[in-house]
Design a protein around this ligand. Structure first.
Ligand code: NCD
Length: 322
């Protein structure tokens, strides 16, 4: 007779994955393992001596084929805090300009002895393709409109820190749901950790099929304000839109921008997030972005701890005490 032992869903699991390609692939215990590990690293960042030896002797390369401020800097600093050697690859000055393919470029860089490639690319699935061709770890730092797993993780980490939990919270994702990789990673992660998700935006920016993931759809911010514990304000991804999907930026700001008036109609302790870059006066007004409900800069701080956790879990050694 076999006895099946019930394993609590939230028990930390030994990490076995080589890549982090998306939150859709991860189980609840895996997500919680990353968030709990990030909690330890957030504590390290508070100390006077912030450096740890977890990635000593390892090499982390940033391979960014799209612009980035926060994600690129954050991965670079996370790797340095863990004592890795780091390389920043810039596409505009590379042999890609001479016609070398994406995979050939990556394989040549890997031949120098790379342990982790952090990849951002405008094509959905580019990091997944790379993972099939290289022997090192691959981290998806944003692939087209598909996923941005570390942004999803740092959003969840920030919510968990500010609200004490994720279970049973209602999170509104407002804006360009169709073209946002942040929306997709948030949806996969938040639903697995027990939150409810409402996506809200103009009908042209919210694909009806997104409901199949288990989210509620709304086209009126007013209708969801009083229900949300957290509102994540997403940028309109003009670079991914083929043609105008709403009349004007002013119109969008009037209907979906978070301003003081709308904030008064939201829950008293609503938490406001935005992945950045923010467009002040479009998805959020300056006074709200800089106000007490906003955790925008905390997200950036937390991103560092989350990326240290991810790099460490993928290829780190236990850090020395001290
Ligand atoms: C996001 C991205 O690149 O997808 N930014 C980020 O990584 N902080 C969101 C965006 O660009 O709107």
């Amino acid at each position: 007779m076999t006895i099946e032992l019930a394993v609590p869903e939230t028990r930390p699991v030994p990490w076995t994955r080589r890549h982090l390609l998306g939150l859709e692939d991860l189980s609840r215990p895996e997500l919680e393992t990353i968030l709990d590990t990030a909690e330890d690293f957030a504590e390290v960042s508070q100390r006077r001596r912030k450096k740890r030896a977890g990635l000593k002797g390892k090499v982390v390369v940033n391979l960014f084929f799209e612009p980035s401020t926060r994600t690129r800097t954050s991965f670079g600093l996370a790797a340095k805090r863990l004592s890795a050697d780091t390389i920043d690859f810039t596409t505009s000055s590379s042999s890609l300009m001479k016609g070398e393919s994406f995979i050939d470029t990556a394989k040549n860089i890997e031949a120098m002895g790379i342990d982790v490639m952090v990849v951002r690319h405008s094509s959905p699935g580019a990091p997944h393709l790379l993972a099939q061709h290289v022997g090192c770890s691959v981290v998806n730092a944003g692939d087209g409109a598909h996923e941005h797993p570390t942004q999803g993780l740092l959003d969840m980490f920030t919510i968990r820190r500010c609200k004490g939990r994720l279970e049973n919270l209602t999170v509104g994702l407002v804006g360009d749901i169709s073209h946002s990789r942040v929306a997709r990673s948030n949806i996969h992660g938040l639903l697995k950790l027990g939150a409810r998700v409402i996506v809200c935006g103009p009908p042209t920016l919210v694909p009806p099929s997104i409901a199949q993931l288990g989210v509620e759809i709304s086209h009126r911010l007013e209708d969801i304000l009083a229900r949300c514990d957290v509102i994540n304000l997403l940028r309109i991804q003009f670079e991914r839109q083929r043609h105008g999907l709403f009349p004007s930026i002013n119109e969008y700001a009037r209907l979906f921008g978070m301003d003081s008036q709308r904030l008064r109609r939201a829950k008293e302790n609503v938490l406001l997030l935005a992945p950045g870059p923010i467009n002040r006066g479009v998805e959020i007004t300056p006074e709200v972005a800089d106000g007490p409900h906003s955790a925008i800069l905390q997200q950036v701080t937390n991103g560092l701890a989350v990326r240290m956790a991810v790099l460490y879990l993928l290829c780190g050694q236990p850090p020395a005490e001290g």
